[in-house]
Design a protein around this ligand. Structure first.
Ligand SMILES: Cc1cc2nc3c(=O)[nH]c(=O)nc-3n(C[C@H](O)[C@H](O)[C@H](O)COP(=O)(O)O)c2cc1C
Length: 303
């Protein structure tokens, strides 16, 4: 068995596979299927300062090789998360990453401050949600605003800070460098790509929000390209995601430069996907006689 453990910003992960924010809730439904301790970590559903009911339905639809969603950050708010969900998650023997979002910089700062007083292992600041009217991707699509929100949240917490980047930009490396200079300890990418699906019979968009974020296998090569570019542009660890659905996808993402991976939409078609991905990575590494998964990080040999 290969050594799958990775260390990101001083935090030890038993393996590099993490269910992505928004597809795993707080793990409660999944722990009926497998022990959460099998996972490298868990990125929790994006938490805002107060409860949000999200956008109107329909807000999820299938597309070729993936899905499009406009959930709009439905969540019970930071106090509920800290009082009710976090204590349960902290007993699961896996790394807990609290994903946070806000309509304003001050909201994100306040959430980070509250989390700083908890035992949560890491904070993932989402500056890339395409489905909210205020904040969200607006923070992540200009270097100035990305840098500003990162430096303000940085001041509010000593926890390792991951900043989650939007692919809906001209140059993801410029944004990555901006958040690195503002104190991010790591970047994660990619969030969903803004898309649209129209029902040609009703001539209506299938999502009530008209547009939504694309995820799943359809976006995998795009995510690999962005992770590769970003890993070559910054000196902080990159957590790669976007369309990963197999152990081989995870290996490819790590060869592109990811130190760990997150798995999103694939969990909706197969709730066991993260566990299968861990097993498949192990098998592949063993078949190549590679002793540690760290050996493959950034190992792509470009032409
Ligand atoms: C239904 C749904 C909800 C999501 N909610 C969040 C969220 O709350 N915060 C966040 O940072 N990303 C959220 N995401 C984005 C995912 O974490 C991930 O970045 C994206 O889906 C790409 O990965 P995938 O192709 O493996 O799904 C959500 C994605 C989906 C499909």
């Amino acid at each position: 068995m290969a050594d799958l453990s990775v260390n990101i910003c001083g935090v030890e992960f038993k393996n590099p596979v993490i269910p992505a924010s928004g597809v795993f809730g707080y793990g409660r439904e999944y722990e009926e299927l497998f022990p959460l301790s099998k996972l490298g970590g868990i990125a929790t559903k994006g938490t805002t300062i107060t409860k949000r009911t999200g956008n109107l339905s329909p807000r999820i639809a299938e597309i070729s090789s993936g899905m499009i969603n406009s959930v709009g950050l439905q969540n019970p708010g930071i106090d509920y998360f800290i009082d009710t969900e976090l204590p349960n998650l902290m007993t699961k023997d896996t790394v807990i990453i609290a994903n946070i979002a806000g309509s304003t910089v001050d909201e994100c700062v306040e959430i980070a401050r509250k989390l700083d007083n908890t035992d949560v292992h890491m904070i993932e600041l989402n500056i890339s949600c395409p489905n909210v009217k205020q904040g969200g991707a607006a923070f992540g699509t200009s270097c100035t605003s990305a840098e500003n929100i990162t430096s303000e949240v940085r001041k509010a917490t000593k926890k390792p800070l991951i900043v989650k980047l939007s692919p809906n930009v001209t140059s993801i490396t410029d944004i990555a460098k901006a958040v690195e200079s503002a104190g991010a300890d790591s970047v994660s990418l990619i969030n969903t790509l803004l898309g649209m699906k129209i029902d040609i019979n009703t001539r209506r968009p299938v999502l009530k929000n008209n547009v939504g974020g694309m995820s799943g296998s359809a976006i995998f090569p795009l995510a690999v390209r962005m992770v590769w570019q970003t890993a070559n542009a910054v000196n902080i660890p990159v957590i790669g995601m976007g369309g990963i659905s197999s152990g081989k996808d995870a290996i490819e993402m790590m060869m592109a430069g990811a130190s760990a991976v997150q798995v999103g939409a694939a969990i909706f078609t197969d709730p066991y996907a993260p566990v299968k991905i861990i097993d498949e990575m192990n098998e592949w590494l063993d078949s190549k006689n590679i002793k540690s998964v760290n050996e493959i990080v950034g190992s792509v040999e470009i032409w």
